[in-house]
Write a protein that binds this ligand. Structure first.
Ligand SMILES: [Zn+2]
Length: 324
């Protein structure tokens, strides 16, 4: 941790809560970073612009932009699944065992006088976020805040390009445990060193500019936007509860990746889960909360626009999309 980088005023500073690095290396995905997307994979027949949905959460206007799509097989999406059990879940959902299209959904929240971006997509040349923002009247230089859920390349790829920050007027916000993963992860999770180096390249211009705020893993970061710990996918991944005027949406980011198999069997690991056992516990807990509280839920990789409700079903859950 680098205290000189802490800039925020917080009424809660519970820095060690949920801190997981004592388990460094345990359960590290054997697949390492080999499955992470490349720019070429991030888009198949890339559109000039991404699809978008504009909706409301209370008084907030929310715009969800499809940064791109990629294809990941179930050997990645349900890496530890028994073949017969996987086949049964796919058959029950009328799905062939071929790589489904995964999407990258980036959210913009217009909240009062702030325009908040929730993750930044795959980046210039790999994703469609930034040109689409411009067309929608939400240009990159109008973004006041960028929240980073975790440092995987499909989430921080758009932070900067060739050393230049893509959102020049924004304050950037990251959770303290995930920041520690950025700084110390190459040592603590050696197979991920190359991935972390890539993410560091993306974030370094923001760090150098002094505009990266390192915030507690839990609590209200911005008015109406509250960080919720969701560790395991990465050591410090965060989810976000967005609330306005009695309406709410829980952005679960990569807590669950595929809306069918990740929900049907919360114990099925994503190949990218850094600490798979913890990721599975988090998945069950977060999905359980969403189901119990009947929270509108957003998945970064759920089929566009990735918004719906979570229902309990058998030992797992089912995703019910909203009629967008
Ligand atoms: Zn992701």
């Amino acid at each position: 941790m680098q205290d000189q980088n802490r800039k925020a005023n917080w009424n809660r500073r519970d820095f060690l809560k949920g801190f997981t690095f004592g388990a460094a290396g345990v359960g590290l995905s054997a697949t390492g970073l080999g499955y992470f997307i490349t720019p070429a994979q991030a888009q198949d027949a890339p559109p000039t612009l991404g699809s978008f949905l504009r909706t409301n959460i209370g008084a907030f206007t929310v715009t969800i932009i499809q940064d791109g799509t990629g294809e990941f097989g179930y050997d990645i999406l349900a890496a530890n699944a028994d073949a017969d059990e996987l086949a049964a879940v796919l058959a029950a959902n009328n799905l062939p065992n071929t790589p489904p299209k995964s999407t990258f959904n980036v959210m913009v929240i217009d909240a009062g006088d702030r325009r908040v971006l929730l993750d930044t997509g795959n980046g210039v040349g790999a994703g469609q976020l930034i040109p689409t923002l411009g067309v929608l009247g939400l240009p990159a230089d109008s973004i006041t805040d960028v929240i980073i859920s975790h440092i995987h390349p499909d989430h921080v790829g758009g932070v900067s390009q060739d050393g230049v920050v893509n959102f020049p007027n924004a304050a950037f916000h990251i959770g303290e445990t995930e920041y520690d993963f950025l700084i110390n992860g190459a040592e603590n999770f050696a197979p991920l060193a190359q991935l972390i180096a890539g993410s560091t390249t993306k974030l370094q211009p923001v760090i150098d500019a002094g505009s990266l705020n390192i915030l507690p893993d839990e609590g209200e970061w911005l008015p109406g936007i509250t960080a919720v710990p969701a560790f395991g996918h990465t050591p410090g991944q965060l989810n976000f509860l967005i609330e306005s005027d009695g309406d709410a949406l829980l952005a679960i980011m990569d807590t669950a990746n595929n809306a069918v198999v990740s929900l049907a069997r919360t114990d099925w690991a994503l190949a990218f889960d850094t600490i798979p056992e913890q990721a599975a516990e988090t998945r069950r807990a977060i999905l359980g909360r969403a189901a119990t509280e009947q929270l509108k839920t957003f998945g970064y990789h759920f089929a566009f626009p990735g918004v719906g409700y979570i229902a309990a079903e058998g030992d797992g859950f089912r995703f019910v999309p909203i009629n967008a």
